[in-house]
Design a protein around this ligand. Sequence first.
Ligand code: DQA
Length: 155
Amino acid sequence: MSTLLLLNGPNLNLLGTREPGVYGATTLADVEAQALATAQRLGFGLEAFQSNHEGALIDKIHEAGRRHKAGELAGVVFNPGAFTHTSVALFDAIGGVKPLPVIEIHISNVHAREAFRHHSYISPAAAGIVIGFGTEGYTLAIEGLVRKIKAAHPA
Ligand code: DQA
């Protein structure tokens, strides 16, 4: 049970060049490398997956649920991008694989942005939320996820 999954949704493949004033200059490859280093520092492995397609993200969450049941995957850090604000299907997917812990993360402070970003369909299903720390938030999300995993499975 020592692997984590980092899941990134639509347009996050453009990190580094996409609205750098909002999302910074760090690329997705940098984020994934940093996330792997953080996971390894905490004694976990990490797999990363990005998709611009809602169904592919749903399939990945279902697969993560099956692997969690099999004892192969400990938890997920998920930036659902704009699907955060639209996707009942992703909310249902996360609800359908409980108790797999999923941490929701947003690079920007969505509450300081347009009103349509203020509501998240994902948050009620999330085990925790990290918002507005830039790409450093992925490190915080992994650290928080590992705390929750260790609290649920004391050594
Ligand atoms: C985002 C915030 C969303 O509102 C936006 O659609 C994104 C990125 C963030 O990480 O700040 O694509 O999830």
